[in-house]
Write a protein that binds this ligand. Structure first.
Ligand SMILES: Cc1ncc(COP(=O)(O)O)c(C=O)c1O
Length: 362
């Protein structure tokens, strides 16, 4: 069974949603305007370009120094991840866990007859640590492996240095592919990501506009690889119009005409999130929560005194706040919860609500 954050299933107006990790500053105005314009032009009454040539060019221009031929636009990062795994046809999928896609990958592996292995990051003090050497040995010992990891990792917020990923890819050249899910790269001030660097051909990078531009409903992401063989295979299993015409039209315009202001928005968002994250971490630690070190726009909390589902229900009922119980991530328990970093006043409401659930106040 799948399990994700988001208030889509909670039929209540006015809830404050800390279960979804989109940019707390919302949709950039340039993009919002372009979506309205594209909609007014009724672009939805035509098919999008099934090869997305102009969209690919716009993405390549936006990120600079990347070849548009190596991009495949996708229906969100979720589709990009599925397409990569489907086309690489691994015999073993090694998931660096806890991972956003733990349950989804297990479902995919079951359907495709792939052996699914979770390679666990270890909590040491207030950090999750990835043993890179151990991961390389694990991959070497398995038949036809593909490694999938998210960086920054969801739900822990851990960043694996770019160099470690590049070294791992080099070590496993000809042996394994590495799919690097960089869904939160733009929202982290301490992770620059793999785009624009020299990449080994066994790396597939997955990006999305969902998080940075706060548009989960529009479903747009892309994957990037320097492997022509992988590109051909992935494009071969992609359905022809996998990205809708509204976001195709809106992104073509904004990524090119408003490149500078969008990057300003991204840098501003990174600084905003970093500041709010420090404040929120401090306040939650003060309440007695174990808060893992995060480089992203969310925090993983540990709370021995309360069950995460009980906490979820209590916050929703008393405070109309939604958090993400984290027990469905591999290796985590019903004493883990993930919360997004949002605006200051929203974070303050969360802290106030959580204060009422700590042992001294519960
Ligand atoms: C790490 C990670 N990868 C991928 C996704 C899916 O992103 P999208 O909505 O673009 O499919 C998510 C969504 O939560 C995520 O957290």
């Amino acid at each position: 069974m799948r399990y994700h954050g988001g208030s889509g299933r909670v039929k209540q107006k006015g809830v404050l949603d800390f279960s979804i990790n989109t940019n707390p500053l919302g949709v950039p105005i340039e993009l919002e305007n372009a979506i309205a314009e594209c909609s007014a032009k009724e672009v939805y009454s035509r098919y999008p370009d099934y090869d997305y040539i102009e969209l690919k060019r716009a993405i390549a221009y936006f990120y600079e120094n990347i070849d548009y031929n190596n991009i495949i636009p996708c229906n969100g990062a979720a589709e990009a991840l599925n397409l990569a795994i489907l086309s690489l046809k691994p015999k073993t999928l090694i998931i660096v866990s806890p991972n956003y896609g733990d349950l989804d990958y297990e479902l995919l592996c079951r359907s495709l007859g792939i052996k699914c292995i979770h390679y666990e990051m270890m909590p040491i003090g207030e950090r999750f640590i990835l043993d890179i050497e151990g991961l390389i040995s694990e991959a070497r010992s398995k038949p036809k492996p593909t490694i999938v990891l998210s960086n920054p990792n969801n739900p822990t917020g851990t960043v694996i240095p770019v160099k470690d990923i590049e070294d791992t890819a080099r070590e496993l050249r000809g042996k394994a592919f590495i799919v690097v899910d960089e869904a939160y790269a733009e929202l982290s001030s301490s992770y620059t990501g793999l785009l624009g660097r020299y990449l080994d051909e066994n790396i597939v990078v997955v990006r999305t506009f969902t998080k940075v531009f706060s548009i989960p409903g529009l479903r747009i992401g892309f994957l990037y690889t320097e492997s022509k063989k992988a590109l051909e295979k992935i494009d071969g299993i992609r359905q022809p119009w996998n990205v809708n015409a509204i976001i195709e039209c809106a992104l073509k315009k904004t990524l090119t005409s408003y490149r500078e202001s969008l990057w300003k928005y991204i840098k501003g968002s990174q600084a905003f999130i970093a500041l709010q994250r420090v404040e929120l971490t401090e306040k939650l630690r003060h309440l007695g929560y174990r808060v893992y070190e995060s480089n992203a726009n969310f925090l993983l909390l540990e709370h021995e005194w309360i069950d995460s589902i009980e906490l979820y229900n209590m916050l929703l009922r008393r405070n109309r706040i939604i958090v993400r119980p984290a027990h469905t991530f591999h290796g985590l328990t019903r004493h883990h919860t993930r919360v997004a970093v949002r605006r200051k006043w929203e974070n303050e409401l969360l802290v106030k609500a959580l204060a009422e659930t700590t042992p001294s106040n519960g």
